[in-house]
Design a protein around this ligand. Structure first.
Ligand code: HEM
Length: 560
């Protein structure tokens, strides 16, 4: 008995000794780690001190500015940003974020092959988009970009024109039930853009779609809200804390809707492949002889975004690399499935990630862009009339579908679209992680390695030096002569350089057909003015109150 007690006492005291040794070692280990952490950040802190920026509180920095509703945060950031002309430094807890607003600095970031990695904030997309084009880096990004960019080549896009027209007419029919009422145009634009993507890039016909694009679009919107909350909250950035919250449960549910659709799309397409229906939508044989290369280059220039304003288009770099020799052009999902069958280019998991990426990037951005465009037309009746006059010049009283040539003639409509993307860029922030110091061109500043650099397109596009009276909706900002005198990086709604948007020609062609069809059929009104917009600081720029407009049918497009 006495022996047992002695043994217990001995074992208890050895546990105590071990735990005191643990604490004895833990404290110096923590101190050492803290000293190392401090020293490793010294360079960053010293350089950060030289950058202009609002004062913050100890430990949390400027995080309190990000507390509140999406709209109030947006307003606070925009108001505080007014003080800073080219660059502003923010501390989000220990995280250094440097916002750039000067085109010369924006060029250094976006045109670079070095500052090419996305910032840590993009990792919250991972459960949704995996290692898709938007967030991947290094060899994987490069090889997949090379594979995917040509699937949005002009010759593929031209084969989508009938589907763009057909879907646009269906939107016109659906909108018939809203005539005379005030309603949120974004709901219709979201549904339409999802369905158009499914039929074109994914090549899945309407008959095989048994789930509405609307459910998918709504789930995407709610997912973006969750990601945005995580961007703003220091606590929710940690996965282990996030996973304990209600947000994580919601995310699982939303992802099951989102992935449910994309999995079904791939399954349907694979079945069609097995049955021998390959590349049914967009397969085009192209012989790149010298003569048709010339013709092709001319037509590509004809569909650069901003063709009427003479903007250069760095997408051609992607396509030039792939333009050598004789080629078979396939639409996006056809090409990915064929590449997977032919060998090692892409795995099933990677196909799924790219489909999720294109479905997201391809619909939410264009839904926002088209909804802002309709709002602008509703507010600026005189400008709407000018667009309609142009369309009358092209189509007369006919309600025939638009051809590719027609879209080239929609020069004023295109200017209105670009002006919309200037004032309301659907992607209001583009962020990169700096692995090396960056010397800015706008002033004597160096942004240190380790910082997140964010191109704030919203503010960049409203710089008075580049756009006189910058908050006014003025499509003439995109007259060729005005554009020629402006820095190329003063307008980057699709980003620019090696990581620019692969879908921008697709977006421009689709938007021109969709929006011209809507304007040929309806006159649009808005009771709210631009000053009334409650813009939301979201992943994709939105209006908190919705995109409220009213419609009246146009009997014909005759001049007013
Ligand atoms: C008005 C419409 C659109 C706008 C304003 C837009 C804007 C952008 C921007 C700013 C980026 C860079 C994002 C970043 O670096 O964080 C981007 C990338 C991307 N966009 Fe778009 N986009 C639009 C439409 C589309 C469409 C229709 C597609 C596909 C069908 C698409 C596919 C992509 C992809 C895959 C990327 C990632 C490219 C890469 O990192 O290599 N986008 N887009």
């Amino acid at each position: 008995m006495a022996g047992t007690v002695t043994a217990e006492v001995t074992s208890a005291s050895s546990i105590m000794a071990a735990s005191s040794l643990f604490y004895f070692l833990l404290v110096p280990a923590l101190v050492l780690w803290f000293v190392y952490w401090k020293l490793s950040r010294r360079h960053m802190l010293e350089l950060a001190k030289t950058l202009p920026g609002p004062d913050g509180l100890p430990l949390v920095g400027n995080l309190l500015d990000l507390v509140g509703s999406s709209h109030s945060v947006f307003k606070t950031v925009v108001t505080k940003g007014e003080e800073y002309e080219c660059v502003a430094r923010l501390w989000l807890g220990p995280k250094l974020v440097v916002l750039l607003f000067d085109p010369r600095d924006v060029e250094l970031i976006l045109s670079s092959q070095v500052y090419i990695d996305k910032s840590h904030e993009y990792k919250f997309f991972k459960p949704w988009l995996g290692d898709g084009l938007l967030i991947s880096s290094g060899h994987k990004w490069r090889s997949h970009r090379k594979l995917i960019a040509p699937t949005f080549h002009l010759n593929v896009l031209k084969s989508f024109i009938d589907l763009f027209n057909e879907n646009s007419r269906q939107v016109v029919q659906r909108l018939n039930s809203e005539v005379g009422k005030t309603f949120d145009a974004h709901d219709y634009m979201s549904e339409a853009t999802v369905e158009i993507l499914l039929e074109t890039a994914m090549g899945v016909s309407k008959k095989t779609q048994d789930q509405s694009g609307y459910d998918y679009a709504m789930a995407v919107m709610k997912m973006c809200d969750i990601l945005h909350v995580r961007h703003r909250s220091l606590l929710l950035r940690a996965n282990w804390i996030f996973n304990l919250t209600n947000y994580a449960t919601k995310q699982v549910k939303l992802l099951s809707t989102i992935h449910g659709l994309t999995k079904k799309v791939i399954r349907n397409k694979k079945n069609a492949f097995m049955q021998g229906t390959r590349g049914s939508l967009a397969q085009t044989e192209i012989k790149t002889s010298e003569a048709n290369l010339k013709a092709k280059m001319e037509s590509v220039e004809g569909l650069s975004f901003g063709q009427s304003a003479g903007l250069k288009d760095d997408l051609d770099v992607d396509n030039e690399e792939n333009d050598i020799g004789e080629k078979k052009r396939l639409a996006f999902l056809d090409l990915l499935l064929e590449s997977a069958q032919n060998g090692a280019l892409i795995t099933d998991k990677e196909i799924k990630e790219q489909v999720d990426t294109i479905m997201f990037e391809g619909h939410d951005t264009t839904a926002a862009g088209s909804s802002f465009f309709l709002s602008m037309m509703g507010i600026h009746q005189d400008i709407q009339q000018k667009v309609v006059d142009e369309l009358y010049g092209i189509f007369g009283d006919s309600n025939r579908p638009a051809t590719f040539q027609d879209t080239l003639e929609m020069k004023y409509l295109e200017r209105c679209l670009m002006e919309t993307l200037r004032l309301y860029p659907p992607v209001p922030i583009i962020a990169r992680q700096l692995k090396e110091d960056l010397k800015l061109a706008s002033g004597d500043y160096v942004v240190p390695a380790g910082a997140t650099v964010a191109v704030a397109t919203f503010k960049l596009h409203r710089n008075e030096k580049n756009y006189p009276n910058p908050t006014q909706f003025n499509p003439d900002n995109f007259l060729p002569e005005r554009q020629a005198n402006r820095h190329y990086y003063a307008f980057v709604p699709f980003s620019a350089g090696p990581r620019s948007c692969v879908g921008r020609k697709y977006a421009m062609l689709k938007l021109k057909i969709l929006l011209s069809t809507l304007l040929r059929n309806y006159r649009i009104y808005s009771d709210l003015k631009q000053e009334d917009f409650k813009l939301q600081a979201d992943i994709i720029l939105k209006r908190e109150e919705g995109f409220m407009v009213r419609l009246e049918p146009r009997q014909q497009m005759a001049k007013a």
